[in-house]
Design a protein around this ligand. Structure first.
Ligand SMILES: C[S@@+](CC[C@H](N)C(=O)[O-])C[C@H]1O[C@@H](n2cnc3c(N)ncnc32)[C@H](O)[C@@H]1O
Length: 190
């Protein structure tokens, strides 16, 4: 039986751009090292998706990992987030590897295939996780992987388990349950 996630349990609150600086700051690297977390899943030349990218804390790490022949599609609802990411990427000389994409609440706005997708600390904000997961499943290439990490402080074990069930009902299979600090995480395969 298909497990539904109520839109009242996830979604409805979007992290405002000014709040992002409370955790997306230089100290965050001590907790979340993008290279260390993502290197096992990404190789040079890949096209990857960072959905709910915020100001690109992970997009920049991904851009290093995909190299000059790869591409990072960075998607977010908020223009301020994408503008912040653009500035950071230009300063780091990485902007030509990054394609910005403005999402809407019910459509990530991406229509090209990718080998890897990341949804870091964002899925609990999505109003229709069922549609969201279906879209990612459709675009992820067969054999591709999708890493979801949710913040411990906002997402209970119960809600996270419901999310995992929903991913399985969407057609993903569980590859691993990586240990990420301050997070609940699942690595999915297609
Ligand atoms: C808590 S922030 C995390 C940002 C980033 N992933 C990080 O770890 O630094 C969540 C982000 O997800 C974005 N977001 C929320 N719902 C979204 C949706 N349906 N589609 C795309 N982005 C979304 C918000 O605008 C916000 O930038």
């Amino acid at each position: 039986m298909k497990q539904e996630i109520s839109t009242t349990k996830t979604g409805g609150h979007t992290c405002p751009w000014w709040l992002l600086f409370t955790f997306d700051n230089p100290l965050r690297r001590l907790v979340h090292d993008p290279q260390k977390i993502l290197r096992p899943y990404v190789k040079p030349g890949d096209t990857v998706l960072d959905v709910g990218c915020g100001m690109g804390f992970f997009s920049l790490g991904l851009a290093e990992l995909v190299g000059k022949d790869g591409k990072v599609i960075a998607a977010d609802l908020q223009e301020q987030m994408l503008a912040g990411l653009q500035k950071r990427a230009e300063n780091a000389g990485m902007f030509e590897r990054i394609q910005l994409c403005r999402s809407t609440p019910d459509d990530i706005g991406v229509n090209e295939p990718f080998q890897f997708a990341l949804a870091f600390w964002m899925l609990h904000e999505v109003r229709r996780p069922d549609l969201f997961l279906q879209k990612i499943h459709r675009l992820l290439v067969p054999g591709g992987q999708f890493l979801i990490a949710e913040p411990l402080i906002h997402v209970s074990g119960k809600l996270f388990n419901q999310t995992v069930l929903l991913t399985e009902n969407t057609g993903f299979h569980i590859v691993d349950k990586p240990k990420l600090r301050a997070s609940r995480a699942i690595l999915l395969g297609r």
